[in-house]
Design a protein around this ligand. Structure first.
Ligand SMILES: Nc1ncnc2c1ncn2[C@@H]1O[C@H](COP(=O)(O)OP(=O)(O)OP(=O)(O)O)[C@@H](O)[C@H]1O
Length: 620
């Protein structure tokens, strides 16, 4: 891929350079459609300002900050700007933590307030406990919180990890999004320090950036003196997370920029993109490339019966597409082949053989850090498998000591003499051989067998909660473990270790499946979008409602009449994101309980003039 910096200039690039040449305080919002080159313009603006103001930024030890939505996006932008040290690229969590990390005593005070709130909450629970058992359990939790609170006083250093462990001075992912905006809004010194370190801040995917974060950045803009530039790049039509702000509340003096072009998609794909958008905000995009360069492409809409076997019908669709478009990539699972966008991880899990694992992390009311963490590949109970256990089972004999030295607690802690290190390495190697036997044997409960074995032999570093679970009387006995966390861990440990291989393939993006949310910002040559409410939908989404195939609920109607976001709005935006990921060829496959009614609805909604059916598939 050539760098985005080399993309031809658009009017937006020129407008941004004019803004970047200004001094003093200024801001802008680029709000433009899918594939319009927002990220490309962002990268070009970064390169421009880092070149133009290099001397000044260096002299003042300042950087240009760019906040992205995912680690993948951050890595791509880093590449685009050739790892220029003047450009600081980070996800929102990393950025926010970096801002406040030096303000240790404020972090400590914040944790103290959280624990005080927990203690107040638990006292209420104790007072209201209906049974002696519930009371006893709440009292035990109160004692744990109390010990955490006591431990905090001697804490010298506060850190940040996936999950919180307040007693050990660690705040979690979710805490960051609450704590830092609050600190930015209430601590003028912090705001000053941030603005002098980052006189320019860009935010990509701004529509899905948490409201409080955006508000705190705007507060920063309002309060700082001197040179400061705040710029947002987003698309309100692509807001797919409920926590996102949607439209940026721009300050009156900011410049608003739209990009009407689409540089990504073929003509046929763009027509579908525009049809989906038409009933949303009505904006329509035009091909960005010249007539000769924009390919015609292909786009098809299939309506298949909801009782069709999904695996067979998907093979048939892919074969049909390969034949019709003379493009064998449709039947390939390799990168560059077909990308199949499913609504939920559960559907990918079924197809890739990790349904039990998925179910374990999605028990009803599972803590979000576990369920969402599983979906993202960051859940702490799984981390030992991804980082240590599976690598130890797959690595060559020569590579094993390196993995052990990096992760094994027994090889890291308390070694004072070389002889001890040798002995421990021999013991750890023996434990690895036993682990390999456990994993090769596999079967129900082998996840638990592997985890207990590696923990016992110090091969893995477990998070405080996992340690508490595996060793309830050990070092982390004061950790408070919710019932739901306990339930997830029990179910996880009951799983078959073989399921982790399909999961790994999925989160490493090596399978053709991706979730519709997970494709944010990406693009693929050949995309299939599955619309399949009968296999299950995300909360607050329904393609059947969007397409007029299911009745709106009373809540939908109430939301609609009061101008609030509705199930239909959310589903349309998600569909818009999905169809606009396709560069050349696109297929939408709707599984419908009533195929004829679905065809009529699609035509009436202007989404497809001539949807194809199972008969068309069998006719070739
Ligand atoms: N000025 C340009 N000239 C030619 N191609 C461009 C230009 N800008 C962007 N592109 C190409 O268009 C595609 C989409 O660009 P980009 O990812 O920057 O868009 P985006 O608006 O951020 O997308 P989305 O919001 O849909 O994720 C990329 O393949 C990119 O290389």
């Amino acid at each position: 891929m050539t760098s985005r910096i080399e993309a031809p200039d658009t009017h937006t690039d020129r407008a941004l350079r004019e803004i970047l040449d200004r001094r003093g305080k200024t801001g802008f919002v680029v709000n433009a459609g899918a594939g319009s080159g927002k990220t490309t313009s962002l990268v070009k603006a970064l390169a421009y300002v880092a070149g133009d103001r290099r001397k000044q930024l260096r002299a003042r030890t300042q950087q240009v900050a760019c906040i992205t939505y995912t680690e993948v996006a951050a890595a791509e932008i880093h590449d685009d700007v050739h790892d220029d040290p003047l450009v600081y690229v980070s996800t929102i969590h990393g950025f926010l933590w970096d801002l406040v990390a030096p303000f240790q005593s404020d972090i400590g005070a914040w944790i103290e307030r959280q624990l005080a709130a927990k203690l107040a909450e638990i006292s209420e629970k104790i007072d209201k406990a209906g049974t002696p058992d519930k009371r006893r359990s709440a009292e035990q939790d109160r004692d744990r919180y109390q010990r955490q609170s006591d431990g905090l006083r001697s804490m010298r250093r506060f850190t940040y990890g996936i999950g919180p462990d307040y007693g050990k001075g660690q705040i979690g992912h979710a805490d960051i999004l609450k704590m830092v905006p609050h600190m930015l809004m209430t601590k003028p010194l912090l705001a000053k320090v941030v603005a002098s370190r980052f006189p320019i801040i860009f935010v990509d995917e701004s529509q899905d950036t948490e409201s409080e974060v955006v508000k705190s950045l705007i507060h920063l803009y309002r309060t700082v003196q001197g040179d400061f530039l705040l710029g947002f790049f987003g698309d309100t039509m692509q807001q797919i997370y409920a926590t996102g702000i949607g439209r940026i509340p721009a300050e009156p003096d900011w410049t608003l920029i739209n990009k009407p072009e689409n540089f990504r998609s073929s003509r046929q794909v763009l027509e579908v993109v525009n049809r989906v958008r038409a009933a949303g905000d009505g904006d329509q995009q035009i091909p960005g490339r010249t007539d000769e360069v924009t390919p015609e492409g292909h786009a098809y809409f299939f309506v298949l019966p909801a009782d069709a076997d999904r695996v067979t019908s998907m093979h048939t669709v892919r074969r049909w597409l390969a034949q019709r478009t003379s493009n064998d990539a449709w039947t390939s699972d390799a990168p560059g082949g077909a990308k199949i966008l499913v609504a939920m991880h559960k559907l990918a899990a079924r197809r890739l053989g990790f349904a039990d694992l998925h179910a374990a992390f999605h028990v009803p009311k599972a803590p979000a850090a576990l369920s969402a963490g599983f979906d993202e590949g960051t859940a702490w109970p799984i981390a030992p498998f991804l980082n240590v256990i599976l690598p130890l089972c797959e690595a060559s004999a020569a590579a094993i000591p390196r993995i052990l030295r990096k992760h094994s607690t027994t090889l890291r802690d308390g070694i004072t003499e070389p002889g001890v290190a040798r002995q421990r390495l021999t013991a750890a190697s023996e434990a690895v051989r036993e682990l390999q036997t456990i994993v090769a044997k596999a079967g129900e409960g082998s996840v638990g067998d592997a985890l207990r074995h590696t923990y016992k032999h110090g091969l893995i570093e477990a998070t405080p909660l996992l340690s508490r679970y595996l060793d309830p009387d050990g070092e982390h006995k004061d950790q408070v473990m919710g019932e739901k966390t306990q339930e997830v861990l029990e179910k996880f440990l009951d799983c078959d270790v073989r399921e982790l291989y399909g999961y790994l393939q999925y989160i490493r993006r090596e399978s053709p499946y991706s979730t519709q949310h997970g494709t944010k910002g990406a693009e693929f040559p050949n995309v299939i979008v599955l619309l399949d409410d009968s296999e299950g939908t995300l909360p607050a989404h329904s393609y059947d409602k969007l397409l007029g195939l299911a009745e709106l609920s009373d809540t939908d109607r109430r939301n609609k009449s009061s101008g609030k976001d509705t199930t239909v709005d959310r589903s349309r935006r998600l569909l818009y994101v999905c169809v606009s990921r396709a560069r050349n060829e696109l297929a939408i496959v709707l599984y419908a309980t009533n195929v004829d009614a679905a065809i009529l609805s699609l035509k009436a909604a202007g989404l497809a003039d001539q949807p194809l059916t199972a008969d068309d598939l069998s006719a070739t």
